[in-house]
Design a protein around this ligand. Structure first.
Ligand code: G3P
Ligand code: CA
Length: 373
């Protein structure tokens, strides 16, 4: 059975609209009962794919996420030197590829200032797509996810188009809709290099049939000005990402004094509702942590965002003790494997589902789906 949110999603995807008006009273009551269940049918968004089990942002990670029940897969988008859109969490690819082992690229190692921070390494904007395709992905956190390292050096960096092709293939294979949730990374920085990704992103989505508000797409970004510009160019749903401290870099670049916290006020949320369909907050903004790392009582953010008409999709949910609130960790915390062991991740999901969130960014989509049951 589908709950209220799932019903809404199916209407959005155009699946139920043809018989929406023929619901019998008993069915309607069932639907209402489910709609009143706050745990029902939260969207499971696979964060960088099933990155708890495979190196992130690879077709293997995305495909496994879909097979494990993810409703949406999340590619972070950065450009190559020749403007191709590829999936990497950051343009510095030192930590997630084998680029350091490629002697032909040794001289491209350099230092850059990205969003105000000095970084050293190899950067996507210095490589053509053909060159990037000679690299292989590797696990970002080998200390925590040693099991993922057996998949190092096996998978290419995928393009957005390859990810969309995978989505199409899996939709046919599994006979269900799969959503795509791209993030526009570092828009101010890439604009300064004349390598903006936004127009190409919309163009690629449009060529693949994604144009309408009801299509299974959310475009996310930390920088409000990017979303505001996108709002005037697309009907696709937009999500304002919000971190727990600092400010988005477009505000830094324009000397706007506001902090990210200003987005959390009633006024801030109302402003976001003027251009976006939801917020993607750091999960600590919903369940803050105490000084000892334990989870505290929930904030008013979910309620306030819903009041402003915004969906709420917090990030990032991971199974390992290292990422869990102190009171949900398992085992002896002094043991050598304390941080890599799984804690009570299901309990964490349940807390957020009961708090009324509309979706979760998860690196273990099977766990998120299990908790949703
Ligand atoms: O996009 C949701 C979340 O992924 C934002 O943080 O840094 O993991 O892309 P990040
Ligand atoms: Ca992201």
């Amino acid at each position: 059975m589908f709950g209220g949110r799932k019903l809404a999603a199916l209407f959005s995807f155009g699946i139920l609209s043809s018989f929406a008006l023929q619901v019998e009273p008993s069915q309607a009551e069932d639907a209402l009962a489910e709609r009143l269940d706050p745990k029902s049918n939260v969207l499971v968004i696979a964060h960088r794919g099933a990155s708890g089990y495979r190196p992130e942002h690879t077709l293997a990670a995305y495909e496994l996420a879909i097979d494990l029940g993810a409703d949406f897969i999340e590619p972070d988008i950065v450009p190559s030197k020749d403007g191709a859109l590829i999936a990497r969490h950051e343009n510095n690819i030192s930590g997630t590829t084998d680029v350091a082992e490629h002697q032909e690229f040794t001289t491209r190692k350099c230092k850059k200032v990205i969003d105000g921070s000095i970084e050293e390494g190899w950067f996507t904007e210095d490589f053509t797509l053909a060159e990037l395709k000679t690299l292989k992905a590797k696990e970002r956190m080998p200390q925590i996810r040693q099991h993922n390292t057996i998949y190092d050096n096996r998978y290419e960096i995928p393009t957005l188009q390859e990810i969309l092709d995978l989505v199409r293939k899996k939709e046919k294979q599994l006979n269900r809709k799969i959503g795509i949730y791209p993030e526009v990374k570092h828009p101010t920085y890439f604009a300064s290099l004349s390598l903006s990704t936004e127009a190409k992103l919309l163009d690629t989505l449009q060529k693949n049939g994604y144009t309408d508000r009801n299509d299974p797409v959310f475009i996310q970004c930390f920088e409000p000005s990017t979303l505001q510009k996108l709002r005037s160019k697309t009907k696709l749903k937009l999500i304002q990402l919000i971190d727990e401290s600092g400010q988005p870099y477009d505000w830094t670049a324009t000397k706007d004094k506001r902090s990210s916290a200003s987005m959390l006020t009633a006024e801030g949320l109302k402003e976001i509702a003027g251009y976006a369909d939801g917020i993607g907050p750091n999960k600590n903004l919903i369940f803050p942590r105490a000084e000892n790392g334990s989870i505290k009582a929930p904030s008013e953010l979910v309620r306030a965002a819903h009041k402003a008409g915004l969906q709420v999709h917090p990030w990032t949910f991971r199974n390992e003790n290292n990422f869990l609130p102190a009171n949900l960790r398992s085992g002896d915390q002094k043991a050598a494997d304390a941080l890599t062991n799984y804690g009570d991740a299901i309990k964490e999901y349940e807390l957020f589902y009961n708090a009324g969130v509309d979706g979760v960014f998860s690196e273990s989509p099977d766990t998120a789906a299990e908790a949703r049951k």
